[in-house]
Design a protein around this ligand. Sequence first.
Ligand SMILES: NC(=O)C1=CN([C@@H]2O[C@H](COP(=O)(O)OP(=O)(O)OC[C@H]3O[C@@H](n4cnc5c(N)ncnc54)[C@H](OP(=O)(O)O)[C@@H]3O)[C@@H](O)[C@H]2O)C=CC1
Ligand SMILES: O=C(O)CCC(=O)C(=O)O
Ligand SMILES: [Mg+2]
Length: 774
Amino acid sequence: MTDHQITATEPDIVWTRTDEAPMLASASFLPIVEAYTRAAGVSVGVADISLAGRILAAFGLADDGLARLGDLTSSPSATIIKLPNISASLPQLKAAIAELRGQGFDIPEYPDAPASPLAEEVRAAYDAIKGSAVNPVLRQGNSDRRAPASVKAYARSHPHSMGEWSPESRTRVATMDEGDFKHNERSVIVSEGGALEIRFVPAGGGEPRVLRDHLTVTAGEVVDATRMSAAALDSFLATQAAAAKEEGLLLSVHLKATMMKVSDPVIFGRAVASVIPRTLAEHGDALAAAGLRVEDGLASILAGLDGLEGGEAIRDSITAELADGPTISMVDSDKGITNLHVPSDVIIDASMPAMIRRGGTLWDADGELRDTLAVIPDSSYAGVYEAVIEDCKAHGALDPTTMGTVPNVGLMARKAEEYGSHDKTFIMDAAGQVEVAAIEGAGVEPGTVLLSHEVEAGDIWRACATQDAPIRDWVRLAIARARATGAPAVFWLDPERAHDAVLISLVTRYLAEEGVTLTEGGDGADERAKKADGDDAPVEDSADGAGLDIRILDPVAATRLSLERARRGEDTISVTGNVLRDYNTDLFPILELGTSAKMLSVVPLMSGGGLYETGAGGSAPKHVAQLLAENHLRWDSLGEYLALAEALRHVADRGGKPAAALLADALDTATTAFLEADHSPGRKRGQIDNRGSSAWLALEWARALAAQSEDPELAGAFRPVAEELEAVMGTIQSEMLAVQGGAVDIGGYYHPDAELTAAVMRPSATLNAVINGI
Ligand SMILES: NC(=O)C1=CN([C@@H]2O[C@H](COP(=O)(O)OP(=O)(O)OC[C@H]3O[C@@H](n4cnc5c(N)ncnc54)[C@H](OP(=O)(O)O)[C@@H]3O)[C@@H](O)[C@H]2O)C=CC1
Ligand SMILES: O=C(O)CCC(=O)C(=O)O
Ligand SMILES: [Mg+2]
């Protein structure tokens, strides 16, 4: 029994308190949810998994909501609604620590250079909070992300803006063709359970050093190892900086420094270094002595120069080099924030689709849109974006009013693949060999080296693991989605990649075990032959005779096929590994719906429980900035509405709470009516915002509950609510709009004051009176 054992008092549904815009939106919507569910005998509790909450918990100053929920995921009764949370970069973590200290919490500063065992401990505690520390704990299942039919219908009738694509666009992707993670990858299947060790053997003799001492593996686990060569990376980045300048393209770098918290900040730092090489050659020692690191971005370095002896000379040198080098794309041209200022500002899953949606352009320092050289160092997945860009150049922008949908079934459970690699990623400090060796079991003699790489100082070496049970579950989920929709399901796997080659063999075997045969031409050959014939029709035949069309294609071919079908209005399920799950579930929703916030994002937990994520995007920091400046929150809570309906259905399926099913059905009806009436938040001050939207949803939900006849008592309880809300909705909406315009104070960014937040997020006394009266 762990400290966090779930008790019988755990509520039916746990709602997560997170950060930024989703947390603010919850302050408005959650009181409505609590009132409606309480009236139907369904309990909703809150677990704090915010960045600030996790920091306080690490020092015993708050309950550990994340640990509690992590335990809950192993229970079949788990029903968790997970809102997006901050995956903190180091600058964000430090800002949160400073804010909490400023509020009087007794927590230590982040030790940059720990010099005592205690400081080491503090650093380890903080490093565990950094990056994507929440999702891997809760995601004990694979992922099923899609746009529900009502949302797709809404997007078709209310299309978002889509930039034009010209065949003359010079925007392109640059990626490495050697020395990167893709090209150095090696992969094995461990035949039996056991334990592995990761060790470093220095070049030219010397004692081997253990990097990771007891890595438990299970039978059938796929273990990969790879390295990014520092020399190859530096040379690639220098070439791209020169190419961007030469070709007059903006330089933009697209990484995932938040989620890939060990490798990608280092790669980001090398990108920063590539635009200020002379400054680093001349002043590198002074910067290091002041603790200013390229990994933290230009903003952090520039801020650290204030008051530093010799700081002005360094600033002048940086300014001169930036003026002399390629034009770097802007995150915020008004404030002079470039793509290389902050590691967490540009996150590839959102940044590349947003650029594609804007006709392949990014902003320059004058706020003008220009073509860009999109630098994606590792080539494992860069080809997907390359293929989309080529497609848009050839055929123009996609049309949201007609395009089909590309939902995703993602292999994600139990820290699968790269996104579970943080504790097995190392930045090498010397040349030598890194080995993954069996120390116990694993179906081989102890000491057997399973994987190894020659490394140089500065290289990034990492191992990833993917357990067999999640792979089988993923294949079954893909079949289930193909059956439920009739759409073809395509496994995006690249036979040229070591890991994917192993997965192709497993997927083929597990499909056969489920009685499913790959569609003829499932290797892409048929598609190519048909194209050569000028025949654009999809492969309709299904090899298993049961109407299933399941194929395996490399990611570039899969992208082309999915886009070709989408342009014809046809749907294609993308069945992918963990990284492409992340990329595709922003890419396609942003093109189809304008934002991934409108996605239904279900994680059927392998224990039988359910995790319902809201949307597939992030926490939109710029939405918070807008709320603070002009009291308008444009966050769209549609993802929350969709997730709540699914969670209620899960509670109903567990038995004993029949009203949960009625709440779910009524919420679906309400969401459809809400979309049809176009009550979604507007982007600008003076338009309806998140709070006004949730009030409309409350009205539609009450109406649908009052209209159902299965539970007359419940209908009776909600009839007056619906009538009252209907009568006062005009007043509610005017009260909501009246507060917009000026700045507001909620007493903090990472840890705002609960009362101030509630006051800002519940500004309509009329709505509050109705809700509080339920
Ligand atoms: N599941 C999770 O917990 C995730 C957490 N994150 C975290 O979120 C933060 C920001 O990351 P990132 O996703 O890259 O950037 P954003 O959150 O800024 O999302 C990108 C853009 O998507 C649009 N958007 C996203 N959600 C909504 C919504 N509900 N309503 C309206 N528009 C929305 C906005 O576009 P527009 O400008 O058009 O309004 C936004 O600017 C980081 O801290 C990151 O670590 C990121 C991804 C997932
Ligand atoms: O965990 C994170 O940092 C981000 C997750 C994410 O982007 C996603 O799941 O789509
Ligand atoms: Mg994502």
